[in-house]
Ligand binder design. Structure first.
Ligand SMILES: *Cc1c(COP(=O)(O)O)cnc(C)c1O
Length: 472
C-alpha cells in the first residue's frame, strides 16, 4: 500500500552519485552544466521525499529507472523557454495578452542584423562623433505623418507620461470627463496624470463635453489641453465631444499646446476593409494638433513602442527631459520600428506585408477556404466525437484599437459530444504549441483570421491531439 511504511520508501530513493552515473543523466551532463544537472537531481529527490510524506508514492514510483526518467522530465521542462509561441485562434488581431502585433520575417531579420552587430545607434557617421538615437526615424515620420519631429519611447503609456511630465508638471491639463479612460491592465489617464506630476482638470460630463467647457476651465496655471481616443469603449446616444478643429482653435486662441493620445495610431485608411473611418495620425497632425502619441504594436503593426510626433520645440523639450532616458527605446525595437515604417513607403504598401494589417484585410471568401478545409479534416478525424460546422462570426481588431468594430468572417465551431467545450479549450491550451480559442455556447471556435503562416494546416492535428489528451 502507498505510504503504509514511509521509512521503507525513503530507503528506496537512489543516491545522487548512483543517479549521476546513469547513461541518461550522463547524456544530460554532456550538454548542460554539472551544477544545473546536480541541482535538478537533488531538487527532484527532495520532491520525492515530500511526496512520500504526503502518502502520494508507491514502490514502483521509486524504482531506479522511474526516478531517472522523472529527473529527465524536470530537466527538459526547465530548459524549455517559458515565453512560448502559440496559435491565436481567437480572431482578435491585436491581442494584448498574446503579444499584440506579430512582425513579418523581413522586419524580424532587420532586428536580427542589428542585434548581432554594432550599429550607428548613437553615432553620427557624417561627423564621426556622438549622434542621436532618435534621429533615425525623423525623415520617415516626416514623410508619413507630416510632423516636424518624432521621439520614440518604450510604449504609448510612457509617451503620454513623458509628454505630461515635460509640458505640464505642477500645472493643469484639461481633459474631458468622457475621455478619462482605462486601457486594460494599468493604463488609466488619471493615474498617468498623477504619476507625471500634472494636475488633472476634468471638464464636461461623461457623455457630453462642449468647447465652452474647455474654455471655462482655462486659467493661468493651464499648461495643456489633452484629447484621448476612447479606444476600448464608446459612449453612444446623446453625446458631444470636441472636434479636432475646435480643439486647435481654442489652443491657438489661448496660446496653449494641444495633444491627442491617439492610442492605436493608424497610418492608413481602413475603411476599404469595412472598418469605420478611423482618424489617421497624419490627419490629426494636418488639423494642427501640436503633439500626437500612439502605440507601435497596435494598428501600426510594429514592435512595442510609444511614438510622439509633432511640433519640434515640444518634442525637443521631451527629449531633453531626464525621464526620456529612463523610457527610451532599445536598439532592437528601433530596428523593428524603422523596418515597419519602411513598409508604409514601399510600392506594394503596408497592407500585404504587415501581418496585423494583412489579417485585418483578409476577405470572407479567403477565410472561408481555410475554415472549410479545417472543418473537413476535423469531420473525418473526429467522427462521432464532435459536431463540426462553419458559421459566420465576428472577430475583433482588439488591443484598444477599433475594438468596437467587427471583422465579420467564418469560424469553425467544434462542439464535443462527450465532454464540455471548456475541457477542450483547456486541453488545447496544454498543447505544443498551445492553441488559444474562444468558447461560445458550448462550442470551441476557431477563427482562421489570426492563423499565421502554415497554422491553418497544422491546427486540425493540434485539435485531434487535444481530444486524445482528454480521453487518456
Ligand atoms: C493602448 C493605449 C494606450 C497605451 O498604449 P501602450 O502602447 O499599451 O502603452 C494609451 N492610450 C490609449 C488611448 C490607448 O489606446
Amino acid at each position: 500500500m502507498a505510504g503504509s511504511n514511509p521509512e521503507a520508501l525513503f530507503s528506496l530513493i537512489p543516491s545522487v552519485d548512483k543517479i549521476l552515473f546513469h547513461p541518461k543523466i550522463q547524456r544530460l551532463l554532456s550538454v548542460y552544466s554539472s551544477t544545473f544537472v546536480k541541482h535538478i537531481v537533488t531538487s527532484t529527490l527532495n520532491d520525492l521525499r515530500n511526496s512520500i510524506r504526503k502518502n502520494q508514492l508507491t514502490q514502483e514510483n521509486l524504482n531506479f529507472d522511474s526516478v531517472v526518467d522523472r529527473i529527465c522530465v524536470v530537466a527538459e521542462r526547465r530548459l524549455r523557454p517559458n515565453l512560448l509561441t502559440l496559435v491565436n485562434a481567437t480572431g482578435v488581431v491585436v491581442h494584448t495578452n498574446l503579444g499584440r502585433s506579430p512582425l513579418s520575417r523581413k522586419v524580424a531579420e532587420r532586428i536580427l542584423e542589428v542585434a548581432t552587430s554594432y550599429s550607428n545607434l548613437e553615432y553620427d557617421l557624417e561627423k564621426g562623433s556622438r549622434g542621436q538615437r532618435n534621429s533615425h526615424l525623423n525623415s520617415l515620420i516626416e514623410e508619413l505623418t507630416g510632423a516636424q519631429a518624432v521621439l520614440a519611447v518604450n510604449n504609448n503609456a510612457a509617451a503620454v507620461l513623458l509628454a505630461l511630465g515635460t509640458l505640464a508638471k505642477g500645472k493643469e491639463v484639461i481633459v474631458s470627463r468622457g475621455e478619462l479612460i482605462e486601457i486594460g491592465g494599468s493604463f488609466r489617464i488619471p493615474e498617468v496624470m498623477a504619476q507625471s506630476g500634472a494636475i488633472l482638470r476634468e471638464v464636461g460630463a461623461t457623455n457630453r463635453t462642449h468647447p465652452r467647457d474647455y474654455v471655462q476651465a482655462i486659467n493661468e496655471n493651464t499648461a495643456l489641453i489633452l484629447k484621448v481616443h476612447t479606444s476600448n469603449y464608446r459612449i453612444i446616444g446623446f453625446t458631444r465631444e470636441i472636434s479636432l478643429d475646435e480643439l486647435v482653435k481654442i489652443g491657438r486662441e489661448y496660446n496653449l499646446p494641444t495633444m491627442m493620445d491617439l492610442g492605436s495610431g493608424c497610418l492608413v485608411d481602413l475603411s476599404p476593409f469595412g472598418l469605420p473611418d478611423e482618424v489617421t495620425v497624419q490627419e490629426v497632425i494636418a488639423k494642427g494638433i501640436d503633439i500626437v502619441s500612439f502605440s507601435g504594436d497596435k494598428l501600426l503593426g510594429g514592435p512595442q513602442a510609444g511614438i510622439l510626433v509633432g511640433e519640434k520645440d515640444y518634442i525637443s523639450l521631451m527629449g531633453a527631459n531626464p525621464l526620456a532616458r529612463a523610457l527610451r527605446m532599445d536598439k532592437l525595437t528601433l530596428a523593428g520600428l524603422e523596418a515597419t515604417l519602411q513598409e508604409y513607403i514601399s510600392q506594394a504598401g503596408p497592407t500585404g506585408s504587415i501581418p496585423t494589417l494583412a489579417m485585418i484585410g483578409k476577405s470572407s471568401d479567403e477565410l472561408m477556404i481555410d475554415a472549410q478545409e479545417i472543418a473537413q479534416v476535423l469531420e473525418s478525424e473526429l467522427r462521432g466525437q464532435a459536431q463540426i460546422s462553419v458559421e459566420q462570426g465576428i472577430g475583433r481588431v482588439g488591443g484598444g484599437a477599433l475594438p468596437m468594430s467587427d471583422l465579420v468572417g467564418p469560424r469553425v465551431s467544434i462542439r464535443p459530444t462527450v465532454f464540455s467545450a471548456a475541457r477542450l479549450e483547456n486541453s488545447l491550451r496544454k498543447g505544443d504549441p498551445p492553441v488559444i480559442t474562444i468558447v461560445k455556447e458550448g462550442s470551441v471556435l476557431i477563427d482562421p483570421r489570426t492563423l499565421l503562416d502554415n497554422q491553418a494546416q497544422i491546427i486540425p492535428g493540434l485539435i485531434v491531439e487535444a481530444f486524445k489528451r482528454i480521453k487518456n
